[in-house]
Design a protein around this ligand. Structure first.
Ligand SMILES: Cc1cc2nc3c(=O)[nH]c(=O)nc-3n(C[C@H](O)[C@H](O)[C@H](O)COP(=O)(O)OP(=O)(O)OC[C@H]3O[C@@H](n4cnc5c(N)ncnc54)[C@H](O)[C@@H]3O)c2cc1C
Length: 358
């Protein structure tokens, strides 16, 4: 892993198309499509909506639900996004997507949405600076945040050994010792996956028993590259020259402290979907993710669609987020064109007005 070549600010600093529209014009108009979120889901939705001449407005967020450009701006090499045989830096991939969306006429506002009234017609949003934005259809692409340990060293070593995605970063830990923090199914899955690369995986769990399903536990227990540290919590992550070297661990039963040397630490203590704007209005599942009427991206409110990690706690990849972003734009387009049954769009149906070369 190397230093990030671009900051989140660079990602936003690509010359906003909204420069051609004043704030008064942005707030006076009822937009056909407004997209919240500038990760792969929101930006892909913008490319599709813009190419369908819907002149989408994308509110790209700053702090509230993660950085401008989303989670990929927090990482370095992305090696599993098709089309880049040599890999690409996360911020650069996002910047490319943003430029592509802009090229077809997407307008951008770089601030957080602080209030959303999605049951009104049109949908009404309030931004942090007090702008009121109205839309005939809304695409929610607000993503999710990995739960953090909130311990010293975590922020500094994020991307320098500390990660929340084994699928994304496991490859960089060939023949290394890594730690997985957590005791649920995802922790077992991440630990088992990481043994493809790492020489040793230590699962650190706060309690004396795992929460994971029996089958996942058995699989992990049988794997001789995985060892377990129960009743233990990480209190600090250590590093040298930006690279992780180990952790301090506290025994939750006795309070005794110890040190564990390791090259990487994977957080598997859950994600927090950015759905607070829509609480009690849009349906969510037990874990708080937005529920859509698969295979469409329609939520329980007509004209409101959701894509990316905010509605997907299973795959959580840039490519899957982009895929659902494409679907959301096509669903919004069908909705605006008055297509019947948009809340349960037939997967093989042609979008009402989409160009066939999309
Ligand atoms: C460290 C790390 C490394 C990763 N590496 C890879 C990898 O190598 N390959 C891969 O495929 N995936 C990787 N992932 C996963 C990938 O980044 C996510 O699956 C993907 O970014 C999800 O895209 P998204 O568009 O749904 O949401 P996000 O990327 O989370 O973007 C959400 C967007 O919504 C905005 N937002 C949220 N709330 C508001 C609000 N109230 N107002 C305005 N805007 C708001 C945020 O600012 C952000 O722009 C990685 C993730 C992490 C954390």
């Amino acid at each position: 892993m190397t230093d990030l070549p671009l900051s989140a600010a660079d990602v936003a600093d690509t010359g906003s198309a909204s420069a051609t529209m004043t704030d008064d014009e942005l707030t006076a108009r009822v937009h056909d499509v407004v997209i919240i979120g500038s990760g792969p889901a929101g930006l892909t939705a913008a490319v599709y909506a813009a190419r369908a001449s819907l002149e989408p407005l994308l509110i790209e967020g700053v702090v509230e639900g993660g950085p401008t450009g989303g989670q990929l701006t927090l990482t370095t090499d992305v090696e599993n996004f098709p089309g880049f045989p040599a890999g690409i830096m996360g911020p650069e991939l996002i910047q490319n997507m943003r430029q592509q969306a802009e090229r077809f006429g997407t307008r951008f506002i770089t601030e957080d949405v602080t209030l959303a009234e999605v049951t009104t017609t049109p949908v009404t949003l309030q931004t942090a600076s007090g702008k009121t934005i109205r839309a005939r259809s809304l695409i929610i692409a607000t993503g999710a945040k990995p739960r953090r340990l909130e311990v010293p060293g975590e922020d500094e070593l994020w991307g320098g050994g500390v990660s929340a995605c084994a699928t994304c970063d496991g490859f960089f830990f060939r023949d290394k010792h890594v730690i997985v923090v957590g005791g649920g199914d995802s922790a077992m899955e991440e630990a088992t996956f990481l043994t493809k690369f790492a020489s040793k995986v230590t699962v650190i769990h706060r309690r004396s028993e795992l929460r994971a399903s029996v089958i996942m536990q058995e699989r992990a227990f049988k794997n001789d590259r995985i060892e377990f540290l129960f009743d233990a919590e990480v209190t600090e992550i250590h590093g040298r020259d930006g690279l992780m070297t180990g952790v301090s661990v506290r025994d939750t039963a006795t309070g005794a402290m110890s040190e564990v040397e390791a090259d990487g630490l994977f957080l598997a203590i859950g994600h927090i979907p950015n759905t607070w704007l829509f609480e009690d209005v849009l349906d969510t599942d037990d874990e708080g993710y937005l529920v859509v009427d698969e295979p469409s991206t329609a939520t329980n409110v007509p004209g409101v669609f959701a894509c990316g990690d905010v509605m997907d706690h299973t795959y959580r990849q840039a490519i899957t987020a982009a895929g659902t972003g494409c679907r959301a734009a096509m669903d919004a387009e069908r909705y605006l064109a008055g297509a019947e049954g948009v809340t349960a769009a037939a997967p093989d149906a042609e979008p009402a007005t989409a160009s066939t070369d999309a």
